[in-house]
Design a protein around this ligand. Structure first.
Ligand SMILES: [Zn+2]
Ligand SMILES: [Zn+2]
Length: 314
């Protein structure tokens, strides 16, 4: 009995000490944060375990302009082309809309050999629409001949845990409903910690889908265990946007409605980092989105608005 008490107390105090001195698990470098119009600032987020330079890039709407900004902010201290070639070890592409992959296409002549990870239908669009000799050059190792074999397509199976080569991370991909397309949520894992990144998605109710509900069921245990460091999720329009004109996107109200469902499964969401992505210009809409999210955030979520080229450690 006495020994059990000592073990219990030791565990309690070491857990408390760990809580006070817990170190960052991930570093995110946003290369593009907006959901449209500004071609120099479209969805792309470099993510690595804290202290590592082996990043994966979540979507690739803007690469070069974002890397330049990060260098100007002293996030990186090597030339831009080296960041592209050496630090980005692969790409996770959520869906085939241009605002999520045009940076990858445009930068492909300067890039090095690496993998593009996505669901099969997204890879099919790369093969038939982008890396073709009519729209660009085929830098991949499948599709139209001749193949320049710089990129290797890695098809992700829903739910399966896949290593991200040349990094210390793995990824699990889950389907999202995005109007006429299937989009993707990526659960990136490093040493037991995770980050969840969602590509474009509408709310279940509008999309007539259960994809978000299933995703919330999957991640709720991670939130309970304090293993989920952040959810990166889109809010494209302010609440004034009518449901029939959402085109597979979220508003502040719809995001908070989804977070309430997650809270029921996860217990509390207090202090959970929620990184808001894909805000669509004009700036007046973005300001509205921020106000509306703050007004409806009675779950205690920690709202983060990423800035292009500014690192976030979580
Ligand atoms: Zn988009
Ligand atoms: Zn889209």
């Amino acid at each position: 009995m006495h020994r059990l008490w000592i073990i219990t107390l030791t565990l309690f105090f070491s857990a408390a000490a760990f809580g006070q001195h817990k170190s960052a698990a991930f570093r995110i470098v946003p290369l593009g944060v907006k959901g449209g119009i500004d071609e120099s600032n479209l969805s792309a987020y470099m993510v690595a375990p804290a202290g590592s330079k082996d990043f994966v890039c979540l979507d690739a709407g803007t690469l070069h302009a974002g890397i330049e900004k990060a260098i100007a902010n002293k996030v990186f201290n090597i030339p831009a082309e080296q960041v592209l070639r050496k630090y980005i070890k692969g790409y996770l592409i959520s869906h085939a809309h241009l605002d999520h992959l045009s940076g990858l296409i445009i930068n492909s002549p300067d890039d090095t050999i690496k993998n593009i990870y996505a669901f099969a239908d997204c890879i099919e669009t790369f093969k038939t629409h982008y890396f073709t000799w009519e729209s660009w050059a085929n830098f991949a190792d499948e599709g139209e001949a001749p193949q320049l074999k710089k990129y290797h397509y890695k098809i992700l199976d829903p739910g399966a845990e896949t290593p991200i080569e040349h990094t210390e991370m793995t990824v699990q991909a889950f389907p999202l409903s995005h109007s006429n397309l299937t989009s993707t949520a990526f659960l990136v894992r490093s040493k037991g910690n995770t980050i969840l990144y969602l590509g474009d998605t509408g709310p279940d109710e509008v999309e007539k889908s259960q994809n978000l509900e299933r995703l919330w069921q999957t991640i709720a245990p991670l939130i309970k265990a304090k293993k989920l460091k952040a959810i990166m999720i889109e809010v494209s329009f302010p609440d004034e946007q009518p449901d029939k004109l959402l085109f597979g996107h979220l508003t502040p109200h719809w995001l908070m409605a989804e977070m309430k469902k997650l809270q029921v499964m996860a217990g509390s969401l207090k202090g959970l980092n929620l990184v808001i992505t894909h805000v669509k210009p004009p700036q007046s809409s973005i300001e509205k989105i921020k106000k509306q999210l703050a007004a409806e955030n009675n779950l205690g979520l920690h709202l983060i608005y990423p800035q292009q080229g500014k690192a976030i450690t979580l």
